[in-house]
Every structure is written in C-alpha cells, then in structure tokens.
Design a protein around this ligand. Structure first.
Ligand code: SF4
Length: 632
C-alpha cells in the first residue's frame, strides 16, 4: 500500500500572464480524486457565487485523475469543470482522446485557467515550462486550421491541443472544447467560457507514459483485458459499429427520438445505423490513448466529408438525423464535421435545430426570421447552412446560438414547450418514456439532462442470472423489472445508486463504455485491482461509491449557492403525453409517479424534500462540512 500521491495543479492567470504550480495533499486528493470532483473542490474553495459564467471570475478547470495515462483500455478521459453559461449550474463536460494522458504525463492532475487575457492567446505547456503565445493568428480559424498553425508556430508535431473554434470565440452557449479536432468536451458550453477568456487553445507537449506501482500484476491485468475484448461479443460490436450500433435497436423498440421528440419511430432509420455507416462511409476506426476497443469512427465522403474530423457517434446521428427527420448519413457526417470545425456541441446543436424546425412548421418562426431558409423537418440542405450561421452567430444563427430554451423565451410563450431541455440544456437521445429512471435522473442531475450520469433501465428487465444483472447486484442494484413502463421507488434507487457509480467513474476519468455495466468489459472488482496495481491504492467499492456521491453533492451544493432548488428539477411537458402511434404507442411518463419517485430520490440522496438541496447531515456524512463555512 502506497500513500496517496499529492495532486499537482497548474494554476494559470490569463489576466496577468502568470502561473503557479501548487500541490494538494494526498489525503485531501483521495477524497476528490480527479475529474469534476477535484474541479468542484477547487471552485467551491475559491469561487464566489453569483458570478457571470462568461466573466473573468469564472474558473475553467481541466482535470484528469491519478489513474489517467496508464496503458490500459478506457482510462484516457478529462473533465472540464466551470460554471456553465448554458445552465447557470455547475458545469461538467468530458472528453476522451490522447490529451488527457499527456496532461498527466506532463505531471498535472489539474490545470486551472482564471482571469481573462486582453488579446487572444494560447498557452503551451511542456512540463514546468508554461508559455503564453500570441493567439491572433489562430483566432477566427476553424479547429483544423488552428491546429496546423499552432504546430507550425511551435515547430513541433508531438502536441496535444484542446481548443475552441469560432463557436467558442463567439460565445455560442453550447460551444465545446475540441481535442484532436474530433473529440469534444461537448456539453454545458465550456467552450464559451474558454472563449470569454480569449483563450484559443491549451497545448501540451506529448510526454512519457506513467509507470504502474505494481508492474507485474498490472501487465497481467492488461493482457487479460485485451483477451476479454476479443472474446466479448458486445465489445466487438462496439468496436465494429461504434456507439451508433445502438440506433437500430432503439428505433425497433420505438424510442428513437424523431421530429423533435414528437415521435419515437423513424421510418428511415435503417439509413443512419452504425451498420450502414460501417458498410458505406467508414474509412477506419480510431481510439483513445491505449484503448484496444477502438470505438471511434472516421468517415470519408470524397469532396464532402473530411476524415480528419472523425465521424458521428450515436448521439450525433440521432440529433442531426431522426430529431430533424433526416436520413442522409452524408449530411449527418458533414454536420458532425462542421460542429467539430466550429466547436459546437453536436447534441445541443442538432437538438436546437430540431426545435427550430418544429417552431418553423408551427409558424412560430417564419421565412422572414430564417432569411428564406426552409426549416421543415427532413430538409437536409439547411443543416450545414445553419451550423455555420450558429458558429458565426449570423442571422437566425444568433438566436439559435443561445440554445433552444433561451431561444424559445425570445420567440414567445408557445415555443417554450418545444424546447426539449432540462435546466436549459438539450436532452440527449435517450427517452425517459421508455427508460423511466431517466425521467428522475434527467430532472435532478446537477448539470442538466445527461445520459451518462446513470445506467439505463433496460438491464433491469434482463434475467437475474444475466451478466448485466449480476454486475449491477455488485453495486447494490438487485431488483428486476418485467416491463419498461414502471416508475417507482426501486427505479429511483437504481438511478441514484448507478449515478453514484458513474459519478465515481467520471471522477476517476474512466470511460463508461469500458467500465460501466453496458458492455461488460470490466467488473467492479477489476476497478479495485486497477487502483491497487496502478497507484498502490487499496480501496473498496464503498469508498469509491462515496467518492461518486461526494461529487454529486458538491455540484448540487454549488447549484444551491446559485439559487437553484427543486423547482428547476423538471422535465419537459411533452414527456407526460402518450405517443399516439408506432411501436411505443402509449409510452409516456406518469406525472404522479414521476413526482413520487423524485421525492423518494431526494430522501435516499439525503436531500431536503422541500428544497431539493443537500441536508447539512448529508454534507457532514460526506466530509463536506467545510462547504458550509463559506456560504457566500
Ligand atoms: S471505448 Fe471508445 S471512447 Fe472509450 S476509451 Fe476506448 S476508444 Fe475511447
């Protein structure tokens, strides 16, 4: 057993172009071991409430974890934590790629950007050398161009670059931060915060990988995992067809979000499935650092779609596809490329366009507003035009750059129910009418609706002796269900328990595809072995679940400081209305059951049922009493 290492934090002041390197003692770091747990710890300690998310007081924090950068599948992720300009809540956004491993290889657990540069700048980090570079040459450039210029200016190819596109510069409320030009810290508008600081890019020089604490056992584990990947049918499928491999089954069941959530079945879904992509435009598969799963897509359409920008995930195929009534995979791939070039979140962007299409069809937006663009569902030609307009905040793009909720408020009362968002963030492509626990989790999640904050209900209908159910039983979810339509206390408990588990994975910056229940690569016991062999941390599942719970409560407390209560824990009204046709005919969320399950969730979580905020005793149980000392 080794003492938990101190966290090394690079703290950069963009206003004064200075930096300090700080350490956080290991005994503290162990309670907030990476990701937005560490980010929230730093923000709650130092940042005042009520600040403007796009003002210099906001902190923009990139964090990895003690486990990042080891040569094992599913560990290279990083989290950006900030106050979100989209939701006004704690902001959390995650991305994979190679950058996380190289942040860690440069010696850092966390990199803070604070203040605001007077002029555009990019920051180059090579170990303890930190340089502020003139960013005027790259400001205004799309991501691919900016990356090429930065590599030329630094005369170095071995770089990892996290950057914003024009969308971040123009403060699009759902702007993202891109690395490799095809991996996104996509959600919560973190790219707009970076843009508000005049920070075009954060660049690290590639460095040497980390050595595990127990190399012999670590090697045995990694070897075993590689074999498991090749023998595991689900893993092979994820590698072969990517996350979009899920789209076909989703549609068959009747819960593929179509025409801005007005239907659950898309009659042309077969044209946008993962298998179709593999057969038609897939050029190759890509991966994250040291991951043998290789689930990332690289697509090519000569003269139209450049493989440099990767390829669309399931979420992107749904939001730009069925959400908008579009079945043209080439247009969806081009949309993915343009979002990556302009640096905007594909989920919020596609969903906001789908919202605009419904507003247009209902006459709430007219040809005058769109300057003649025909926004009817299914018109694929309009998609690339709209993304560019959003990225540049031109014409109707300026309105849509605010996100569907704020745009709806400007359009008028009738548009508000058409914004399919929670706390102002567009919902991802998983239906709570079908996966009922998501109704509660979408509502209560501190940073808006998120599909990767808890496991989904489908596992609960599997036989008790299935691998998935046994996996879930290990973390305390034993109850099964016979149908998807149930929403009760058990579902609330399932949502909360799996939320704690996934919150812990997000803290440790581990990929949920590899470490979650869905694809059955690793079990919870493997995680304990990874902690032990990787960093000498002899931990337990209970300790890890507390880590996850602590992160959720810190975020929720952050929101409470900002004035959020359970009043914002709402889901869109449309989810309470039954589908009138299709395979999921009748599916809906029952309002009464939803309210009861939500109340039960608060009770289980130790949150005040009147306010929805963490009780003092809960904060104390989680050793978070220090947050109460500073009420701001
Ligand atoms: S499973 Fe896919 S997303 Fe996850 S680390 Fe591996 S390649 Fe990256």
């Amino acid at each position: 057993m080794k003492a938990f290492s101190d966290a090394k934090i690079l703290d950069i002041d963009l206003t004064n172009k200075t930096f300090v390197i700080k350490t956080l003692p290991g005994e503290i770091y162990k309670k907030y071991p990476g990701g937005s747990a560490l980010g929230m710890y730093l923000m709650l300690k130092e940042m005042k409430s009520g600040i403007d998310p796009l003002g210099p007081e906001n902190m923009l924090i990139f964090s990895v974890s003690p486990l990042t950068g080891f040569p094992i599948s599913g560990q290279s992720r990083m989290v950006v934590t900030t106050k979100s300009p989209l939701t006004g809540t704690a902001g959390d956004s995650q991305a994979g790629g190679f950058m996380p491993a190289h942040i860690k290889a440069n010696g850092y657990d966390s990199v803070i950007f604070r203040g605001k540069s007077e002029e555009p700048v990019y920051v180059y980090v090579d170990g303890e050398k930190v340089e502020f570079k003139d960013g005027k040459n790259v400001w205004g450039k799309v991501t691919g161009e900016a990356e090429a210029i930065i590599k030329e200016e630094l005369e170095e190819e071995r770089l990892e670059i996290a950057q914003i596109g024009p969308g971040g510069e123009k403060l699009v409320k759902y702007a993202c931060i891109m690395n490799m030009c095809n991996r996104a810290n996509g959600r919560n508008g973190v790219g707009a915060v970076m843009g508000s600081k005049n920070l075009k890019a954060f660049v690290v020089k590639k460095s040497k990988p980390l050595k595990p604490f127990d190399p012999v056992n670590f090697k045995t584990l990694t070897k075993d995992v590689k074999q498991r990947i090749s023998k595991n049918e689900a893993m092979v499928g994820l590698g072969e067809h990517g996350t979009d491999g899920e789209l076909e089954g989703t549609n068959d069941e009747g819960y593929l979000i179509t025409n801005n959530w007005s239907k659950g079945y898309f009659h042309e879904a077969n044209k946008i499935t993962g298998a179709t992509m593999t057969e038609t435009i897939l050029k190759e598969r890509d991966t994250c650092y040291a991951c043998a799963i290789r689930c990332k897509r690289v697509v090519e359409v000569p003269g139209k779609v450049d493989p440099f920008y990767g390829g669309p995930e399931y979420e992107t195929c749904a939001t730009f596809g069925s959400y908008c009534g579009i079945s043209d995979l080439e247009t969806i791939s081009l949309a993915n490329q343009l979002c990556n070039m302009y640096g905007v979140d594909t989920i919020s962007c596609g969903a906001t366009i789908a919202f605009a299409m419904e507003c247009y069809e209902k006459g709430l937006i007219t040809d005058k507003d769109t300057e003649g663009l025909d926004l009817k569902f299914g018109n694929s030609e309009v998609i690339p035009v709209l993304i560019k307009k959003i990225g540049k905040r031109e014409g109707i793009g300026n309105l849509l750059a605010e996100g569907s909720f704020k745009a709806a408020q400007k359009i008028g009362e009738e548009a508000i129910p058409l914004s399919m968002s929670v706390k102002g963030q567009e919902m991802p492509a998983h239906m709570p009418q079908f996966k009922q626990s998501l109704a509660v989790i979408y509502a209560v999640n501190p940073f808006g609706a998120d599909h990767q904050s808890s496991e989904h209900d489908l596992f609960l209908m599997m036989p008790p002796d299935s691998k998935e159910r046994k996996w879930l039983a290990k973390i305390g979810c034993e109850k099964g269900y016979e149908d998807y339509a149930t929403l009760d206390e058990g579902k609330a408990a399932f949502g909360l328990t799996t939320q704690k588990f996934l919150s812990m994975l997000d803290t440790l910056c581990l990929c949920q595809f590899a470490w979650g229940a869905a694809w059955q690569l690793y079990g919870p016991d493997d995680l304990l072995q990874f902690c032990e062999y990787g960093i000498g941390w002899e931990t337990s599942l209970d300790e890890l679940l507390l880590v996850g719970e602590r992160r959720i409560n810190m975020m929720r407390y952050f929101n409470a400081r900002e004035g959020f209560t359970k009043a914002q824990d709402k889901i869109p009204e449309r989810l309470f209305e039954a589908f009138s046709d299709g395979p999921a005919k009748g599916a809906h969320v029952d309002r009464e059951k939803f309210e009861e399950a939500k109340l039960h969730y608060y009770e289980l979580a130790g949150w005040d049922t009147e306010t929805g905020n963490p009780k003092e005793e809960t904060l104390k149980k989680l050793e978070l009493e220090w947050v109460l000392e500073n009420k701001f």
